[in-house]
Design a protein around this ligand. Structure first.
Ligand code: NAP
Length: 247
């Protein structure tokens, strides 16, 4: 039985990934920060279509919660699926924030750092004992690491750090045959950073070779592939999923 953890699975790309993976037969532990209703409706949709999922609360920006979370995951694995280990971890949870370099505050910087780099680093370290041999780690980065986008400097810098960290995970966890890859979305229609208004969407679509912004499912199916047997020979890569953004 294949069971994965997806952080930030209550909405957006994480919710779509949870549903896509469940349709492929994976058990899904999805986390949410505060939106328990949204998390429960993802679980209900998965169960209604014959899958199995459990929602757990977790603030990825608070490392002190991670030990307790690991015990929750361990118990959930046994109680729900009768297994000891995970086959995948998706470090997806995050928030967006627009503020130029000249005015970003230390608190905003720290908030982005905790969620987008420190959190994935220590959550992966904490869950390592539960990741079975051959498990797949997927880290969500961003096309803003490649295309400098005014107003998102710390976010993009920490996503860039996460991309580097991905290669180190692949290197240092190779003895356990774990794979680690980064998925780097372009503009995707979610609620991140307040979502897209019509003008912004039109601008982003005009900067994208395929002429539209992405949908959560466009990213979810790539993450699901990396978590599955089909992705077994893809390791230490960063895959941009952006329809040809700024090429
Ligand atoms: N959308 C894009 O255009 C885009 C582009 C590039 C990269 N990305 C990356 O893709 C990932 C998913 O983004 P999205 O667009 O799907 O975002 P979203 O629709 O805003 O959903 C964010 C998810 O993360 C959870 N979350 C937020 N802060 C958290 C925290 N501190 N601890 C735990 N969970 C937290 C939210 O939980 P609650 O529901 O409880 O709030 C929610 O499930 C992020 O890492 C983002 O940076 C997105």
């Amino acid at each position: 039985m294949s069971v994965i953890v997806i952080t930030g699975g209550s909405r957006g790309i994480g919710a779509s990934t949870a549903e896509h993976c469940a349709r492929q037969g994976m058990g899904v532990i999805l986390t949410y920060k505060s939106n328990v209703a949204a998390a429960n409706s993802v679980v209900q949709r998965i169960q209604a279509s014959g899958g199995n999922a459990v929602a757990l609360e977790l603030d990825v920006g608070d490392v002190s919660q991670f030990g307790h979370f690991r015990e929750n995951v361990r118990q959930t694995l046994q109680a729900t699926w009768g297994v000891e280990t995970l086959t995948g971890l998706v470090n997806n949870a995050g928030h967006g924030l627009f503020n130029p370099l000249a005015s970003i505050t230390e608190a905003q910087f720290d908030g982005l750092f905790n969620v987008h780099l420190k959190g994935p680093f220590f959550l992966t370290q904490t869950l390592l004992p539960l990741l079975g041999e051959g498990a797949s780690i997927v880290n969500l980065t961003s096309a803003t690491t490649r295309v400098a986008t005014p107003g998102v400097a710390p976010y993009a810098a920490f996503k860039g750090g996460l991309e580097v960290l991905t290669r180190y995970m692949a290197k240092e966890f190779a003895d356990r045959r774990l794979r680690a890859n980064a998925v780097s979305p372009g503009a995707i229609r979610t609620e991140l950073g307040g979502g897209l208004n019509d003008d912004l969407e039109a601008l982003l679509a005009s900067q994208t070779a395929l002429g539209r912004v992405g949908e959560p499912q466009d990213v979810a199916q790539v993450i699901a592939m990396l978590l599955s047997e089909e992705g077994r020979w893809i390791n230490a890569q960063s895959i941009e999923v952006a329809g040809g953004y700024f090429i």
